[in-house]
Design a protein. Structure first.
Length: 451
């Protein structure tokens, strides 16, 4: 890092940042209380509330959101007449999946090969620490030049919309001139990037039923309609031969005209096995940032171990559909449901249930806030210019905030670069990225205050 008082302060705070992230990662704050105790999420929320109070935040509160989780809010007053910036992160995390597949325990922060491993280290507990580092660096170098609001969500990974609905009911709470969403990531480690677009998302649970109960496959198989086979037909109908998503009536030919994602780099980032083809058509950027993508997240069916020779009477699946900017998630959900019903074979009974939904997002990259961030990132990442990229994931709150505050600028940065492997086993964060992005955020606040 170049000689800069803010950068020097952040560098000196990195041991504290590691200790704090170690404490945060230790909370098993998965916002699915059928799997993990509510007390783990409440512990993380209280940790963040205490951290905000210790930094001088006022009006610190645990907000009980309609989905049964808590978000943490705080307000740090700046100079009179200053602009207001809202900083966002979330403390809930994805389940660790197969804990045995982790090299080290998922809820212990472990340093290995220059990275810090642990569930939530990048997505998005590291974002909480990033915000704290930026504010501490400013306080140590002349003070924070803007009013700061912080909101840390407790159920972002579940897509249950608690904070969105709370914000809609209390629109005055999160008003700001600019919002910094700390839940994205650089296109590649070391390449400063703002995320210009997010795909929206819909989650649909599908149930297929054909019989009153399971039947002996020898006695009835061949004529009795198999619900699992019917479900497989439905799921297969959602993809063309090349793997492209095919939902009747849903456009899938949009193109991405910005920063491109080279195919070999994508194969390495996604850890695609040798000889296995990528799916879909168009450029990789088209496929992951500009077009819809369906994924079968899970199927309820008998496991292979212990399976009996039976024709299945019922089967169930959870389907995710990512929708690009310009496509309404509500309409896409209706098209998905209609497609499922139209492609269910043999007159099988089919029902769908909407589990979660969020709209896509497109930022205004020509705004003054983006100019301030570009200047800040050029200092934090010497010799690099800020890039704009898309992100295939969803942050439903973005569109809610854009709708509530149409004149507010929204920027997306964060620690989830490809090596972080968010949502997968062995998630990690680069301490170098944490340090540089904390510097960038601090300098952005200073630049934006003066703009």
């Amino acid at each position: 890092m170049s000689s800069n008082p803010v950068a020097e302060t952040v560098a000196s705070l990195m041991p504290r940042a590691k200790a704090e992230l170690t404490e945060l990662v230790a909370f098993k704050s998965v916002a699915d209380f059928d799997q993990y105790p509510r007390s783990e999420s409440e512990g993380a929320a209280n940790w963040i509330a205490d951290a905000l109070r210790s930094e001088g935040f006022q009006d610190v509160a645990l907000l009980d959101t309609p989905d049964g989780t808590q978000s943490v809010y705080g307000y740090l007053p700046g100079p009179e007449g200053a602009k207001t910036v809202l900083l966002y992160a979330h403390y809930d995390v994805q389940p660790p999946l197969d804990e045995a597949a982790w090299t080290t325990p998922p809820f212990e922060l472990v340093e290995r090969d220059g990275r810090w491993y642990g569930r939530g280290s990048a997505d998005c507990k590291g974002g909480v620490v990033m915000h704290l580092l930026a504010l501490r660096a400013l306080k140590a170098n002349g003070g924070v030049p803007v009013h700061v609001k912080v909101i840390v969500e407790g159920s972002e990974e579940q897509g249950t919309g608690g904070l969105e609905r709370y914000a809609e009911a209390h629109p005055e709470l999160l008003t700001a001139d600019t919002i910094v969403i700390g839940d994205a990531g650089n296109f590649r480690a070391g390449l400063p990037t703002v995320t210009a677009t997010l795909r929206g998302m819909t989650l649909v649970r599908v149930q297929v039923d054909t019989l009153q109960g399971n039947l002996h496959s020898g006695q009835f198989g061949g004529a009795a309609p198999d619900a699992l086979a019917a479900l497989i037909r439905v799921l297969d109908s959602l993809r063309a031969k090349d793997g492209s998503t095919t939902v009747d009536g849903l456009a899938g030919e949009s193109a991405w005209d910005g920063l491109q994602y080279e195919e070999q780099a994508f194969r390495e980032d996604a850890k695609v096995l040798d000889g296995v083809e990528l799916i879909g058509s168009g450029t990789v950027a088209d496929r992951v940032w500009a077009r819809p993508a369906v994924t079968v997240l899970g199927i309820d069916c008998p496991p292979v171990v212990g399976a009996t020779p039976s024709v299945q009477a019922g089967a169930r699946a959870l389907i995710s559909l990512r929708v690009p900017p310009g496509v309404d998630a509500v309409e896409a959900t209706k098209l998905l449901e209609a497609h499922i019903e139209a492609h269910t074979p043999w007159g099988a009974r089919v029902s769908t249930e909407r589990v979660g939904q969020g709209q896509a997002f497109r930022a205004d990259t020509s705004s003054p806030a983006y100019a301030s961030m570009a200047e800040a990132m050029a200092v934090a990442y010497p010799g690099q210019e800020m890039q704009s990229a898309g992100m295939g994931g969803s942050i439903p709150l973005c569109n809610t905030l854009a709708s509530l505050y149409p004149d507010t600028e929204i920027l997306l940065i964060g620690l989830s670069e490809p090596e972080a492997q968010i949502h997968a086993v062995n998630e990690s964060v680069s301490p170098d990225e944490l340090e540089r992005l904390s510097v960038a955020e601090a300098l952005f606040l200073r630049n934006y205050a003066a703009s």
